[in-house]
Ligand binder design. Structure first.
Ligand code: UD1
Length: 334
């Protein structure tokens, strides 16, 4: 079962799961995605995933899905609200959606013999790390937003539930910054309104939908003054979920709850990303430097050694190829 399976990371993960031989049931309320994503997944893989339009807050609806598909053995839980700014405006909505959905799933898993869950966590749990690259052992810092707090609390909910003796296994994947689109350009990120994240803003500016990209700050303590992130290809990220799911099914876990950073290990600044986009696409980007964005972390990138060694997973797609995929996707939209 893939909750949020018609969303950005979810849809790419459904494709990778199907291509690895898994049968997938998507559960999504379509609050921030479109039903035709299911058609596009089918176009890529040749297999139509089962789709149930159910909100994970609807425990009875979710229970009915588990009853309809008694062979579900694992859950990958993407379904969540994810806009940082909106979470500051509507904190209760974020706590209700993101915490309630997970709690419903966890309650239903043992009842339906579901062995494991993979949870979409975020490097946001580290705040501004004291040591870079950041490892999974780094301290969790106070969340900058209700959205970030839901990731932290959800990690704790899973840990506490397992510690209480629940018969489930879990892998928490802490994503860095997922970008790019499937090479077929049949699925990708569909931002709602004005994009808040860098790459959709870049591609929309290049397409002429936005007039100019604002680079938020060039006075940070980084080589070129702009913020540094670890941008990971969404297809590489999707593959990490397949490997993690297999690890649960094959009982390879060292602990009932395991945590992995999912990043490339390379920090890239905003200005470097803009330059790489121009090189990859040949399109000149209209941008200007503006003031810092409130709440931004100065620099963060992953130490992905644990995922590399323990999962045998690497993110190896070059940045320019990833940005070319994002551009190809944008060109299909506009
Ligand atoms: C943000 C969230 C993070 C969340 C992730 C996924 C914050 C502090 N973090 O990550 O918790 O998991 O989104 O939604 O909000 N930038 C520009 N111009 C733009 C947009 C972005 O210069 O128009 C810069 C930002 O300042 C940042 C970098 O690009 O340095 C990446 O920004 P973004 O894509 O929003 O991701 P994060 O802020 O890293």
């Amino acid at each position: 079962m893939v909750t949020g399976g018609t969303g950005y990371i979810g849809s790419h993960t459904v494709v990778e799961l199907q291509q690895s031989g898994y049968e997938v049931v998507i559960v999504d309320n379509l609050s921030n995605s479109r039903a035709d994503v299911v058609d596009h997944i089918e176009q890529i893989t040749g297999i139509r995933p089962a789709f149930e339009k159910v909100d994970c807050l609807d425990s009875e609806g979710l229970d009915a899905v588990f009853r309809k598909y008694p062979n579900v053995k694992g859950v990958i839980h993407f379904a969540a609200s994810k806009a940082v700014g909106e979470s500051v405006q509507k904190p209760l909505m974020y706590y209700r959606n993101n915490l309630g959905s997970l709690i419903n799933l966890l309650e239903l898993m043992p009842k339906h013999g579901v062995e494991g869950i993979i949870f979409s966590s975020s490097c946001t749990v580290y705040g501004q790390p004291d040591v870079l690259p950041v490892t999974e052992a780094a301290p969790i810092k106070k969340a900058e937003s209700p959205y970030g707090n839901t990731k932290q609390v959800n990690e704790e909910i899973i840990q506490d539930f397992v510690a209480s003796g629940a018969p489930i296994n879990a892998i928490l994947l802490r994503y860095f910054n997922p970008i790019g689109a499937h090479p077929t350009a049949l699925i990708g990120e569909l931002p709602n309104g004005v994009p808040q994240n860098l790459v959709p803003y870049v591609t929309q500016t290049a397409a002429g939908i936005r007039q100019q990209l604002s680079v938020f700050g060039n006075d940070y303590d980084t080589p070129d003054g702009s913020c540094i992130r670890d941008y990971i290809y969404v297809v590489d990220l999707a593959k990490a979920h397949v490997i993690a799911m297999e690890r649960i099914f094959q009982h390879k876990q060292e602990k009932q709850v395991e945590v992995f950073n999912v990043g490339t290990g390379h920090g890239v600044s905003v200005l470097e990303l803009v330059n790489a986009f121009e090189r990859a696409t040949g399109v000149k980007l209209n941008y200007r430097i503006v003031g810092r964005r409130a709440g931004d972390i100065e620099k963060i990138w992953a130490n992905p050694e644990r995922a590399n060694k323990v999962l045998g997973w690497h993110a190896d797609t070059p940045l320019e190829d990833i940005l070319a995929s994002a551009w190809k996707w944008q060109c299909t939209l506009s």
